[in-house]
Design a protein around this ligand. Structure first.
Ligand code: SAH
Ligand code: SF4
Ligand code: F3S
Length: 486
């Protein structure tokens, strides 16, 4: 078996060519590999099947859709079962240790499948293996893995698969790079109604706890005209909800002097019936202009996901977040004033190194002031190579666990009543399927992103309906159908 350490053999020129936009020639080279793999697969008795699983955030899920797009062009069908697959690909996440443990567990379990089927190809890509120490551990301890590829070389997957099929070559490709933008990759979307559109990649913020800037490279935006054309195309194809993705969408478009608020306004002008939403917004760059744009728009969701991380100014400084609680609360107040019944959600880390119980109580207090609809709460996880990993961390896991549960209790009691503000409202909902709150109900989401279950029928799926909200649950509302609109 040939073993190729692509990143180690790259000369500087090739490395530089891996920054920023991947040019057409490089993509044409990959297109040739796609054709070669397709020819090999066409000779098989049955269509080969791929199992693709993306761990982690929406960005990874979106990458997974492109991976599937390339695999389909190579002649693969898809299976949700690893046992039936000819190719298994895990697209991994590194944000917390438990995310990585899960991937290691899943890969370990594939050993038996590989023993049964020596032709099975196992590939592992994404954020986790972009870290050198993890990639090397995977190479040494998991010989069943054939292809290990980092976040900057996803578009070269056809070549890696071809080399495995034709030369039995094992590949590890994790080049160092500031990051790439590869336009025009094929996509197989998970949904026919909702589509994710990355508008930028990478992150420059280096929050001291976070691995993302190390594994996703520097912040870079797609050209506004590319984003606008893609969204127009999706709306013309009948998609009803477009989710714009970036680690910090508020700093979109610096390269083009075309800010995020401007991008949103342009997208909002596209004719049709659809919803625009986005994630994630960083409080340091979130502006009144953005909030005004949402408030004055026709299509933008009345939902702001604004991760606060912590309610202590001292810890926010240690986290390198570049805002304080006063700035954050001012933004929240403005959003509440401008956007009718705005839905607010957040991310919170409990137990950052050096955080005291008093600091933690600051988070509790902030949570009570804002009254979030829901909050994603995490216990701090040490990430090798980040600044926080070197900070003293004296609080025990047990205490952190207690604080974490205390915070959940506070949020649960706020969340229980949060949706009561919608009772009596008439809201428009795209009927998406069968509801889960009670038998016989249909479901959809409101402009606030809230799940709305109602007394509809299956023939309404894909149509807009108006519902009068009658009851609030902690995670959904229920109501009565008023009209079917189209
Ligand atoms: N770019 C986004 C978040 C990306 S990661 C933002 O800045 O808001 C998603 C969430 O994971 C973060 O908001 C943070 O709350 C959490 N997170 C990131 N690193 C973490 C770590 N080391 N331990 C625990 N939670 C972490
Ligand atoms: Fe991580 Fe901070 Fe960047 Fe978000 S903004 S991805 S938390 S470094
Ligand atoms: Fe995880 Fe990478 Fe997203 S680390 S959260 S998959 S950017």
């Amino acid at each position: 078996m040939v073993y190729c350490l692509c990143n180690r053999t790259l000369d500087k020129k090739r490395r530089n060519s891996l920054t920023k936009e991947i040019n057409k020639e490089e993509l044409l080279v990959q297109q040739e590999y796609i054709e070669k793999v397709k020819a090999i697969n066409a000779k098989r008795e049955q269509m080969p099947l791929a199992h693709v699983h993306s761990f982690g955030c929406q960005q990874n899920v979106s990458d997974g859709e492109k991976i599937k797009g390339m695999l389909a062009q190579m002649g693969y069908g898809f299976t949700p079962e690893t046992a039936f697959a000819d190719l298994i690909l895990f697209n991994t996440c590194a944000v917390r240790e438990n995310a990585e443990d899960r991937v290691f567990g899943n890969i370990g379990a594939l050993k038996k499948l590989k023993e049964k089927n020596r032709n099975l190809i196992i590939a592992v890509g994404g954020c986790m293996v972009q870290q050198e120490h993890i990639a090397q551990r995977m190479r040494k301890s998991f010989p069943q893995v054939d292809i290990i590829f980092g976040t900057h070389v996803m578009h070269t997957l056809p070549q890696m698969i071809y080399e495995k099929l034709s030369e039995n070559r094992r590949t590890l490709s994790i080049p160092e790079s500031d990051g790439v933008i590869a336009e025009g990759l094929p996509v197989i979307r998970e949904s026919k109604v909702k589509a994710s559109v990355p508008i930028m990649y990478g992150c420059n913020n280096f929050c001291t706890y976070c691995i993302v800037p190390f594994v996703r490279g520097r912040e870079r935006s797609r050209r506004p005209e590319e984003v606008i054309a893609e969204v127009k195309g999706l709306i013309n194809d009948g998609y009803k909800e477009i989710l714009l993705l970036g680690q910090n969408v508020n700093s979109y478009g610096k390269e083009y002097d075309f800010g995020f608020a401007k991008l949103l306004s342009e997208l909002d002008k596209i004719p049709g019936k659809y919803k625009l939403s986005f994630m994630t917004s960083h409080p340091k760059d979130c502006t009144h202009e953005l909030i005004d744009t949402i408030a004055d728009s026709r299509h933008i969701s009345y939902h702001l996901h604004l991760p606060v991380q912590c309610g202590s100014d001292r810890i926010l400084k240690e986290m390198n977040r570049h805002y304080d609680t006063a700035h954050y609360l001012e933004l929240i107040e403005y959003a509440k004033k401008r956007i009718p019944k705005v839905a607010l959600t957040t991310d919170i880390i409990v137990g950052f190194p050096g955080e005291t119980y008093e600091d933690f109580l600051g988070t509790v207090e902030l949570m009570k002031k804002v009254r979030y609809d829901s909050a994603y709460t995490f216990i701090y996880s040490k990430r090798e190579g980040t600044k926080a990993a070197a900070m003293p961390d004296p609080i025990s896991d047990e205490d952190k666990g207690k604080w974490f549960r205390q915070l959940l209790d506070v949020q649960n009691s706020i969340g229980e009543k949060a949706y009561e503000r919608f009772i009596g409202d008439e809201v428009e909902v795209l009927c998406e399927g069968i509801g889960r709150t009670a038998d016989g109900l249909m479901t959809g989401h409101s402009r606030h992103g809230v799940i709305v279950d109602f007394n509809g029928t299956r023939d309404m799926i894909g149509k807009y309906v108006t519902v009068r909200i009658q009851k609030a649950l902690p995670w959904a509302v229920t109501g009565e159908l008023v009209s079917v609109n189209d």
